[in-house]
Ligand binder design. Sequence first.
Ligand code: 4AD
Ligand code: MG
Length: 481
Amino acid sequence: MEQRRSFIKDLLQSTEVDREVNAKGWVRTKRGNKQVAFVALNDGSTINNIQVVVDMANFDENLIKDITTGASLSVTGTLVKSMGQGQSVEIQAKEIEIYGTADSETYPLQKKGHSLEFLREIAHLRFRTNTFGAVFRIRHAMAFAIHNYFNDRNFYYLHTPIVTGSDAEGAGEMFRVSTFEPGKEPKTEEGKIDYTEDFFGKETNLTVSGQLEAELGATALSNVYTFGPTFRAENSNTPRHLAEFWMIEPEMAFYDIHDDMDLAEDMLKYLVKYALDNCIDDLKFLENRLIEEEKSKPQNERSEMPLIEKLQFILNDDFVRLTYTEAVDILKNSKPAKKGKFQFPVEWGIDLQSEHERYLVEKHFKKPVILIDYPRDIKAFYMKQNDDGKTVRAMDILFPGIGEIIGGSQREENYDKLSARIKEMGIPEKDMWWYLETRKFGTVPHSGFGLGFERLVLFVTGMSNIRDVIPFPRTPKNAEF
Ligand code: 4AD
Ligand code: MG
């Protein structure tokens, strides 16, 4: 009878030795001599490889020649206690089947230490490196933990549409969705494109946020969250922006801004703790990777804390909470402001740039920071207006090395104030009638926020470019794979 395949993760943890097992996976390395070969096999279930011991006398010479880095194998043999260092068990091979060879002249992942930039160009193969295996296992763990977190707290997962007719954030950075043939769009009498003829009978685009629809759900189900792809046609070629990213957007009826901040802080801590409790092998690998990388940097650019310590540090302290206005005062009186070191000068009313956010978090407070009460002119139409007539009940959470990881707010639940703001901002009311009706019928105070999933994964993995924490990044001029 053919032996059932075991995952390498389970074999490595097994104390039941001297039994026949089967493992399948890809060869990481082969070394040895004329009598015996040692093959390191990995199947993605763990960062660790299992050592396969191949007694040359028992195998065809040509088969052994084909066991090269990148080849895929099925190995059946005896799981035995390992005499060697670095592993507790190994497989003494009895039968080896090669599924696919990997020509050593052309297989791109021969040596260790390829640059992340190079690996981005071979994103179809980069999963096979230790680094990307670790990153994508952690990415999965974070997605799973998010659903767990909400499920345990009476939140319902709501699937909001990907094709929408509204611009939730009002930034106008949308990808159009249309079935018109370019250049042959039907025109109205005034010569404008006639969208009533288009597939949906109106202008549509890929969603920039599921929030508006999540709010509709929250006004009946109390607590909902979305977790889906989000699209922004902003031309920001930065290590923190993607044109296609994933966002988690909880929305809670009967929550004010303080409840909103409490939930966001608790959730971030839960997720970081989940990673520490469930992904420690991968985190240790990434930590060492970073320590190696740091060695090549000038002293003043090195980060002070190793990865795992940085994650533990998030759990220990309360996040600092202050108003935008207080933050602007701190920034104005800061050393970099006085020395003219900020690229963007600080004035009340500006949208804080990542250099300002990172100064507050990394230099001034040395803790995660939550800023509230932003100027209303730099924030979206739906935020609850404060009595001062200048600010809104917005909250942004700023993280070390990341800047903004969460953006959220209490929502304007007053029909008159909301509709006045919509008019004032020139948003077509005909597109918003359904949103406004929730304020007409049984309106409630409510709040929510958006967590950028890739920014969370960036933080937890310690990676420095957002393109390295999503399998196939979409950025300006880049949609390969
Ligand atoms: O601050 P944003 O634009 O807020 C919203 O979209 C609200 N509707 C959220 C809500 O209240 N329900 O985006 C939320 C978060 C940001 O803090 C950031 O982490 C992430 O989404 N984000 C991006 N991540 C990667 N690439 C981009 N281009 C991003 N834009 C925003
Ligand atoms: Mg924001």
